[in-house]
Design a protein around this ligand. Structure first.
Ligand SMILES: *[C@@H]1O[C@H](CO)[C@@H](O)[C@H](O)[C@H]1NC(C)=O
Ligand SMILES: *[C@@H]1O[C@H](CO)[C@@H](O)[C@H](O)[C@H]1NC(C)=O
Length: 174
């Protein structure tokens, strides 16, 4: 919260002193996000990271990947906590399947995608983002069968959408 607040203040100062630069950064965020499937989530995610004010499209892709990583990490921690108290065998099975999906997102897909964006090989980033999106969907399907009983479905959907955003932004680099 403090971080968000200080960022907002910082950005306001930045925008007042460097209006043209701020305007063009917001324009790039908006034109980039309009090419994704989840425009609002894309804009709010990119704007919440101070790096976005000076980022190019590759930089925006990195921010999307970092946000997806943070979401996958926190959701994976949340799943581990839930597993400790879960007793329903179906729920345990679904959560374990999610943990597998999240492990490949965290250990392979997102780190490789970030590396690929930095190395200028966006095709690899698009492939990894697509895989991460599929893995997130797999988790959603396994817990989502019982949405009333699915404490992580919100996070899991958000992760899925962030991976989709990453995929679309990385595609712009092809
Ligand atoms: C991932 O989660 C762990 C456990 O909460 C935390 O210590 C770590 O800082 C997180 N890593 C990232 C990159 O967010
Ligand atoms: C869905 O939730 C209900 C109520 O908690 C439970 O009885 C049922 O077994 C669950 N179904 C699945 C597929 O997990």
């Amino acid at each position: 919260m403090t971080n968000v607040l200080s960022f907002v203040i910082l950005q306001s100062l930045f925008c007042i002193t460097l209006l043209p630069l701020c305007y063009s950064a917001n324009t790039l965020i908006e034109t980039t996000c309009e090419k994704t499937q989840f425009v609002d989530l894309c804009i709010s995610t990119l704007k919440s990271d101070p790096r976005s004010s000076t980022a190019d499209v590759a930089g925006l892709a990195i921010i999307a990947a970092d946000s997806a990583y943070a979401k996958a990490n926190s959701t994976s921690n949340q799943i581990a906590v839930l597993l400790k108290s879960a007793t329903d065998p179906k729920l345990i099975k679904a959560l374990n399947s999610c943990l597998d999906s999240y492990n490949s997102i965290l250990r392979v897909d997102l780190p490789v995608a970030i590396l690929a964006i930095n190395k200028g090989t966006p095709k690899v980033a698009v492939e990894r983002a697509t895989d991460a999106e599929n893995e997130a969907q797999k988790c959603e399907d396994s817990v989502g069968e019982n949405s009333t009983n699915s404490p992580i479905s919100g996070s899991s959907k958000a992760l899925h959408d962030l991976c989709g955003i990453l995929q679309s932004i990385a595609s712009l680099l092809l």
